[in-house]
Design a protein around this ligand. Structure first.
Ligand code: DAH
Length: 355
């Protein structure tokens, strides 16, 4: 039978001289591992005489517990002293001045897209997107725009190739077609995005933003169109009441077509939307032309509805008092600091609910 006392004192000697955590772990394996000292001793129990077994086993268990306890304690105190060392070295000097940071701003166009999207999503519209580079069919032909229509002119539209097939979309209306051909009615969507035209002055930029709306279902009529736009204008401009005028107009893709004006007045040099005797045009709309539905594989005998197109930049200018559209796209950081929005600004239509 092994001399357990000697083994015990050997082990304790070993532990005494160790000073880093890795060595503790190594010793632990040396003692308790598969071929560890104590593990081996346990294996020997079976080879002993019956009368010796009990006493030996209980001594061995005692040794095992004791060594284990000592080792665990050592490891714990070692960890603790490591933590203390770290705490001492990594002391934070709270008297140092804080680091300043720069937070970016949300561009008014992005802000308005967020606001408009949340307003329409509350009444069941979902968001669709289409490509900036469109083909001539989606941008014009499918939208019932005749070959000789002035919008198709090189002076108005940026064509990308000689065959005149690829162009930068001149409006978001092609998303109507893309939405309808890829699934089945009903449709209730908005499509915000960039649009392009050969134009540049204080209120026109070659690249600008539009928001398209399309609602197709059984029995949709102009009353629905009016209700929807009233709702939108009131929410967007945060007014209780608003004067709206539907002026007969013409778009190839709608019949009848209308342009929508809203009432406003100037008060203390500032524009006030909703009331007053002046009119401001804000969007084009109408009942979707049966030819457009046919081109998009929708049966006009069964389904009809309305569409509208709004200039997003224009909405931003009106709501936030910005008078030069070109500044939107000059990337002047000082302009953005002034007109931009904090990233966590809640869309305005939620303000009423949360405050
Ligand atoms: N696409 C038209 C434009 O860019 C705006 C428009 C008018 C869109 C009437 C529509 C609509 O969907 O029904 O001027």
């Amino acid at each position: 039978m092994e001399n357990l006392e000697r083994i015990q004192s050997d082990i304790l000697d070993k532990i005494k001289n160790v000073s880093d955590r890795n060595s503790y772990e190594k010793i632990k394996t040396e003692i308790f591992g598969k071929k560890g000292i104590i593990t081996e001793l346990f294996k020997k129990i079976g080879t002993l005489e019956q009368n010796e077994r009990k006493e030996y086993a209980s001594k061995l268990n005692f040794l095992k517990t004791k060594v284990n306890e000592i080792l665990e304690k050592k490891i714990e105190s070692f960890d603790q002293s490591e933590i203390n060392k770290k705490l001492k070295n990594e002391k934070i000097d709270i008297t140092l001045p804080g680091r300043s940071y720069f937070s970016g701003k949300i561009h008014p166009v992005s802000q308005v897209i967020d606001e408009v999207t949340s307003i329409f999503s509350e009444i069941g519209f979902s968001v669709e997107e289409g490509p900036d580079i469109e083909n001539e069919y989606y941008n014009f032909s499918a939208l019932n725009t005749p070959e000789n229509h002035p919008a198709r002119d090189m002076h108005d539209t940026f064509y990308l190739d000689h065959s005149k097939d690829l162009l930068l979309r001149t409006h978001t209306s092609p998303v109507q077609i893309r939405t309808m051909i890829k699934s089945k009615p009903p449709f209730k969507i908005i499509a915000p995005g960039r649009t392009y035209r050969h134009d540049s002055d204080q209120t026109h930029s070659p690249m600008f933003h539009q928001l398209e709306g399309l609602h197709i279902d059984k029995n949709i009529n102009m009353g629905h169109l009016k209700g929807c736009l009233y709702y939108f204008v009131k929410k967007f401009f945060e007014v209780e009441k608003v004067k709206i005028r539907f002026r007969p107009s013409h778009f190839p893709f709608t019949e009848p077509s209308a342009e929508v004006d809203i009432g406003y007045k100037i008060e203390d040099g500032k524009i006030k939307i909703g009331d007053g005797d002046k009119w401001l045009e804000i969007l084009g709309c109408g009942m979707v032309h049966p030819n457009v539905l046919k081109n998009a594989k929708v049966n006009p005998q069964k389904y009809q509805g309305y569409a509208f197109g709004v200039g997003i930049d224009r909405l931003a200018m009106l709501k936030y008092g910005i008078n030069d559209l070109r500044a939107f796209f000059e990337s002047d950081i000082r302009w953005l600091e002034f007109y931009g929005f904090d990233p966590l600004d809640v869309p305005t239509n939620y303000r009423g609910l949360s405050r």
